[in-house]
Design a protein around this ligand. Sequence first.
Ligand code: NI
Length: 257
Amino acid sequence: MTQFIDTHSHLYDNDFISDLPEVIERAKESKVLRCILPAVDKSCQQSLMDTASGYPGTLFPAAGLHPTSVGENWEEELEFVYETAAAHKYIAIGEIGMDGYWSKDFLSQQAIVFEKQIELAVRLNLPVIIHSREATEEIFKVLERCRQLNVKGVFHAFSGSYETFCRIQKTGNFLVGIGGVVTFKKAALAETVKKIGLENIVLETDAPWLAPAPFRGKRNEPSYIGIIAQKLSELLEKDIDEVAEKTTGNAQRMFNL
Ligand code: NI
């Protein structure tokens, strides 16, 4: 049976407060049967857990500290991730990584927090979900330090070059998360995914952000995964069922689903 997994969806965001049951229903009608909910920081974890526990077997929570939430209190936030990860079984550690776009003020702390959370994921035998924005070289420095750890995970919202993808693969067992950006006009990513190939791709929405065309700029939701799959089917000249089967299989293996 054709089914999809949305490997990156912030369904606990305030944007879904009023109609989450309908959003989940539309996802199921669109064959998106499971979604992974990446964490952001302490302030979101309770709503994340409450949301996930309402839909067991459908929504799977992760634990982690997002790089844009690394600030003055980073040590306290990191401690919270350790406590959270010890108290419950999670599907992944994420989203973690580095972000030089929003602010460069805490980049050195972001690197520490990123590395510590990679080590945590390896100890727990969990994959990581990596957020990388305008910090590619800094990310590689950390990943190269961690090379011996056999890190596994997903580069979420991948938009780099094929060369960057090849570098990523040399640092661990990584897949790339492809979402709405691939449907945007003039997206260089469209050419890159042809080289990356289905065997290295998982699908994601990043809902409520990054809605695919023709919904660009509107609220994103998991039922739009089919639009991304359709675009990949055209680009890679594969049947959409094959796109579903391969990307779902990749997600199942990576996240032990
Ligand atoms: Ni995200």
